[in-house]
Design a protein around this ligand. Structure first.
Ligand SMILES: [Fe+2]
Length: 391
């Protein structure tokens, strides 16, 4: 939590070269508006898509896809799991829930304090999931001066929730936001280094896909893991209007706008619009209006399809689920072996061995402790052990 004085001091430090900051901002604003016009015309067709089978054959992303992911900050992977596997995982998950007194069909329940079902473990260490994570890591680069301990060839496992959004639900909606830190993007000297071209030079030189210290930076108390991509894998069909994910696929322009908008003279000295403890960074409709109303829903997804998005990407969740079927996804992001993630996994291994909830979800850590047929470290395959840092 930062005091008014600390925020004022930080802003004073960041705006020493006010002319440069304002020139940079005006350029960003122009480019952003041009990109948003393209988005208006093309909608979600700008989001790159690949079929996992093609990817497996090619063993790498095609150059066009690579460029498109770098620009858009989001990718849809079709058939990452085949439909029968996705359906089996869902059915096993529901059985585990029912066996342990949880009702997957409860119209009020969307999230559950369940992390260690064998079904979730199966999905996290599925050969295709491991393969896509390696390929996603290959879209990033290291800065040799800052990222010496980051290994982009070795994925780490992050333990996340699943979501079962029920038809008619209008409670679980999320306004446009970014995860993986809030004020820390400006405040933490190491994290801030990831944005130094935006803050101290020409925003056009910003490369969102160079780690630049993110593998050791302090992000926030909501996220103790460096995610190269956030992501979920669908276990049921969904489409626009059924409470799905919305994104703003203009990565560099939007994050540059957000970083610089806070430093403009019309913003009170002690404010960084969007920063409000203890919440994550929600866009402020007053200062981020140009971004706020431009969110686009991702296209229809089938069981086994997955979506992955960059940690700087603005995203939200549709206000209402107007579909007829529960919309279920498993959150499975990607992250490399690095200092932050090694520490995270050290904690996770202890919690896993003892049947407790994972590091970033400590609301009710004992909830799953006495569940029948809970997964244990013995259920990990070789990839699972590697991704959890056991080997
Ligand atoms: Fe989010």
């Amino acid at each position: 939590m930062c005091t008014r004085q600390e925020l004022e001091k930080l802003k004073g430090f960041l705006t020493q070269n006010r002319d440069q900051i304002e020139t940079n901002f005006r350029e960003v604003e122009q480019s952003l508006k041009a990109e948003l016009r393209v988005l208006k015309d093309r909608g979600n067709s700008v989001i790159p898509e690949v079929d996992f089978k093609d990817l497996l054959e090619a063993k790498q992303f095609h150059e066009d896809i690579k460029n498109s992911v770098h620009k858009r900050g989001v990718i849809i992977v079709r058939n990452l799991l085949d439909q029968s596997t996705a359906k089996e995982i869902l059915s096993d998950l529901k059985e585990y829930m029912r066996d342990n007194g949880e009702d997957p069909d409860d119209p009020q329940a969307i999230f559950f304090e369940i992390y260690w079902s064998k079904a979730q473990i199966r999905a996290r260490q599925h050969a295709n999931m491991v393969q896509i994570q390696k390929l996603l890591l290959s879209l990033w680069n290291r800065n040799p001066d800052m990222d010496g301990t980051v290994d982009l060839s070795k994925p780490s496992m992050y333990l996340d929730r699943f979501r079962m959004r029920k038809p008619g639900d209008d409670r679980f909606h999320l306004d446009p936001h970014i995860d993986s830190g809030s004020i820390t993007r400006w405040l933490d000297p190491i994290y801030r280094q990831s944005y130094h071209h935006i803050l101290n030079g020409d925003w056009k030189d910003q490369d969102p896909f160079t780690v630049n210290g993110r593998g050791q930076a302090t992000m926030d108390r909501h996220c103790s893991f460096f995610r190269t991509f956030q992501g979920w894998t669908a276990l049921t069909p969904s489409e626009p209007g059924t409470g799905t994910l919305r994104v703003l696929p203009v990565l560099k322009e939007a994050i540059s706008y957000i970083m610089l908008r806070a430093l403009m003279p019309d913003v009170p000295k002690h404010e960084f619009p969007g920063y409000s403890e203890p919440k994550i960074f929600y866009l402020d409709p007053k200062y981020h209006e140009v971004l706020f109303n431009e969110m686009i829903s991702i296209p229809a997804m089938n069981p086994g399809d997955a979506v992955f998005w960059h940690p700087d990407l603005v995203h939200s969740v549709e206000n209402v689920h107007n579909g007829a079927e529960t919309n279920t996804v498993l959150y499975i992001p990607s992250g490399p072996d690095c200092l932050t993630n090694r520490l995270y996994l050290e904690r996770t291994r202890f919690l896993f061995k003892n049947g407790l909830g994972p590091p970033d979800f400590q609301g009710s850590p004992q909830h799953e402790l006495h569940f029948k047929n809970r997964g244990t470290p013995e259920d990990l395959n070789e990839d699972g052990k590697m991704m959890m840092g056991w080997i």
